[in-house]
Write a protein that binds this ligand. Structure first.
Ligand code: FE2
Length: 361
C-alpha cells in the first residue's frame, strides 16, 4: 500500500531515517551534450521521451533469445509446452506479472538474458547517450508474453488494461534520472503488445502536479521507490495537454529507449505472435558510490534481480512481503513457488564485458 503522507512536487522528503534518498543524495547521470557528431535519435529521445533504434541486435541473437526463453518456461515442472496450447495458462507456467513479465527466479541472471545485456549494439546506444562506455547495467527481467485470444493464444486471462505510470519518484520528477530500455526480440506491430507511451509527457509533470496541488498519496509507492501510478483523471490531464498515445512498434533486434518520466504502460499481445524482449538499463559507472558498487557485486553474486536503476540495488526479492506480496514468486493459489531457488538454471559466464557492467571490470 502507498504511504498516507501528503507531499507536493517540490517537497524534498525528510523521512524517518537519514538514509532516505533526496535530491542531494540521488545522483543524476550526466548526458552527453548536443554536438554535430551525436546521433540524431538522441534529440528525438529528449524531445519525445522515447525512441526506437533499429538493428542493435542481430536476428540470429534474437532468435536464440526466443528459443532460450521458451526453453526456460519449459524447464519448470508445471507442464508448459510451447507446442501444446492447452498448457498456455498460469497453471502450467512460472510466475509472471502482466501476463508475461518475468522478474523473479533469478531469470535476471540466466546466461541468455546476460547475452542481450552484453551486446555491443545495446551498450553502444547507451554509450552514445552518456558519452562514455564505462557503464553499469540493471539486473532487470525479460518478457515472454503469449498472445491472448482464442485463435492463437491463451484464453485464461484478459488483456491487461492500461496502467499509466512512471518509473521515477514523484518527488523528483523535475529532473532527468534514468533512461530505460527494451531490447525487442520479436516482430512487434500494433497487435503484438509492448510499450505504450504518452509522447512528451516526461516534460509535463511539474505543470501537472502544480495544477493538482501535488501528487496523490494513493499513487505513490513511498520515498524509497521509483514509481507512481496515475489515476483516470490524471491520465486525462495528459491527454488534454496534447500528449499523443503511441503504441511503440519495433522490429526484431531493435532497441526501444524511454525516459523514466514518460507516462507509459504495457499492452498485451492480441495477435498471433509471442512477444519477446529483455529489459536493459545502463548508467555511467561514475554515478555509483563505492558502497553501491560493492553492494551491486553482492547482489550479482546472490543472483538477485533489481529494478531498472542500475546503481540503487533495489531487489524485488528483498521487499517487505506485507507490502509487496509477490516479492517472491507465487503459484496461482497464492502460495510461494517452491521453484524459487535463488539461482538461474544456467549461470552466465564471467566475461570481461559482464564484469565491467557489474562494476568490477
Ligand atoms: Fe514502467
Amino acid at each position: 500500500m502507498p504511504p498516507t503522507a501528503t507531499a507536493t512536487v517540490t517537497e524534498v522528503p525528510t523521512g524517518p531515517t537519514p538514509a532516505l534518498p533526496t535530491h542531494a543524495t540521488v545522483p543524476v547521470p550526466k548526458r552527453a551534450p548536443p554536438s554535430p557528431t551525436r546521433a540524431k535519435w538522441v534529440d528525438d529521445l529528449e524531445r519525445d521521451g522515447f525512441v526506437v533504434i533499429p538493428n542493435v541486435v542481430s536476428e540470429d541473437v534474437a532468435l536464440e533469445f526466443q528459443e532460450e526463453a521458451l526453453r526456460w518456461l519449459e524447464k519448470f515442472p508445471y507442464g508448459f509446452k510451447r507446442d501444446d496450447r492447452t498448457t498456455w495458462d498460469d497453471a502450467h507456467m512460472p510466475y509472471s506479472q502482466k501476463g508475461g513479465m518475468y522478474n523473479r527466479y533469478s531469470v535476471n541472471h540466466e546466461a541468455f538474458v546476460w547475452k542481450i545485456r552484453t551486446q555491443p549494439g545495446v551498450i553502444g546506444a547507451f554509450a552514445e547517450i552518456y558519452g562514455t562506455d564505462d557503464l553499469i547495467v540493471s539486473f532487470d527481467g525479460m518478457n515472454a508474453s503469449l498472445p491472448i485470444n482464442a485463435q492463437h493464444g491463451r484464453v485464461d486471462i484478459e488483456p491487461v488494461p492500461a496502467w499509466p505510470h512512471i518509473d521515477q519518484n514523484p518527488r523528483r520528477i523535475d529532473r532527468f534520472e534514468l533512461y530505460q530500455g527494451i531490447a525487442n526480440m520479436s516482430p512487434n506491430g500494433p497487435d503484438d503488445g509492448g510499450l505504450v507511451v504518452m509522447r512528451g509527457s516526461h516534460l509535463l509533470h511539474e505543470r501537472h502536479f502544480a495544477e493538482r496541488g501535488g501528487f496523490r498519496p494513493e499513487g505513490d509507492f513511498g520515498p524509497t521507490e521509483n514509481s507512481y501510478r496515475f489515476d483516470a483523471a490524471e491520465w486525462e490531464w495528459f491527454k488534454k495537454a496534447g500528449c499523443e498515445t503511441v503504441k511503440v512498434c519495433a522490429g526484431v533486434g531493435d532497441l526501444i529507449i524511454w525516459d523514466s518520466r514518460t507516462v507509459h504502460w504495457n499492452a498485451s499481445p492480441t495477435g498471433s505472435q509471442i512477444r519477446f524482449c529483455s529489459y536493459v538499463c545502463f548508467v555511467p559507472r561514475a554515478i555509483a558510490t563505492p558502497a553501491q558498487l560493492a553492494q551491486k557485486w553482492k547482489v550479482f553474486e546472490a543472483r538477485k534481480g533489481t529494478s531498472a536503476f542500475p546503481h540503487l540495488n533495489s531487489c524485488p526479492v528483498d521487499r517487505d512481503r506485507a507490502k509487496f506480496p509477490d516479492a517472491l514468486p507465487l503459484r496461482p493459489d497464492g502460495s510461494l513457488d517452491p521453484c524459487h531457488t535463488g539461482r538461474p538454471f544456467v549461470d552466465p559466464e564471467y566475461t570481461p564485458a559482464l564484469l565491467r557492467l557489474v562494476g568490477r571490470g
